[in-house]
Design a protein around this ligand. Sequence first.
Ligand SMILES: *Cc1c(COP(=O)(O)O)cnc(C)c1O
Length: 390
Amino acid sequence: MDKPSKKYQFIHDALAERKKNNQFRSTQALVPSLESMTIEREGKSLINFSSNDYLGLSKHPKVIEKAQEYLQRFGAGSGASRLVTGTLSIHEQLEEKLAQTFGTEAALLFNSGFQANTSIIPALADRNSCIFIDKKCHNSLIQGSILSRATIKRFRHNNLDHLKDLLEQSESENFNRKVIVSETVFSMDGDRSPVDSLAELATQFEALFYSDDAHALGVLGKQGLGLNYKQSGIDISLGTFGKAFGSFGAFAGCNKVMREYLINHSGGFIYTTALPPAIIGALDAALDLIPEMESERLKLHQKISSFKEIIQDAGFEIGETDSQIIPIIIGDEGETMKLSNHLSDNGLWVSAIRPPTVENGASRIRITFTTMHSDSDIERLVDALKRWKQ
Ligand SMILES: *Cc1c(COP(=O)(O)O)cnc(C)c1O
């Protein structure tokens, strides 16, 4: 290749650095199957153990049908942002249904979890505020905190004593507002936050509490309604639709005055085109299905606990997981890539997670279970993992 032009030098340097450290990433095009967890990559068939489509709803006939119906009735796009002419009756109906189902006073749609987190937090905090955020929070929550220009205090992962210390210290610092930010199920470890204790601390220190329920929705909590469900003391309960809802988008569960405030102050709500009708249709159908899927959830949780037992017995390290996300922590990046390749050679797609997504020396493969995995899919994974250990 020609010598890069001067203005592109930093790009070439950054990419070379990633490659040198085994951290270079690229996308891979896959073809999914609607009937199973099989995906095809370059003509090769693999079982997908990295999907967040926990209930298989992206492939559910009722979800697809309702998306098609709304597409036919209301068109391919919503035509404008929500405050112009993009609010269709179906948007407001869905918001009311979300609030009713999740037991919050109100709900407000956003176009993605990333967009919600990066535009709600900056609406809640400003340069005179202080944000207390768990060290392992999702990138979108960190980005949102940085964008707000508030002082950011990161507390040790799930460490209530550390959080309390930081809150106490901040009493003398004259912040106009305090916001506690965490997520109920951590995306790389699958462990849970102490959401009730966080809510108590928020109440005690008169802080706002922002709790992101992305990975719990559909899978955990009463009727799969998440771990924020019916928990008092949460000001924003953030739900996303790209995971168990099987579709796309996000919503904030909150009270009515908060909803009005976000409609007026959250840039990611105001300055973007409203979600398209097909998505609203898919979400409406998914919302009907999720509370009804108790038997599927029960089977899923049984499969997860027996899998965990088997691979721990086989000597694998899985950390503190208490969900459908199961990391197998390897440590070394090269070794992690070898395991990932071994699994792929055995017809299994399991992604490797490396720095900077996780800390140095904490590289892992990350397995997610869905209701669509068959017993034989899981047996195949167990066999391949055992063979690697030998
Ligand atoms: C996946 C995820 C998001 C991002 O949601 P999208 O709708 O995919 O943009 C935000 N927060 C957490 C905790 C997540 O796991």
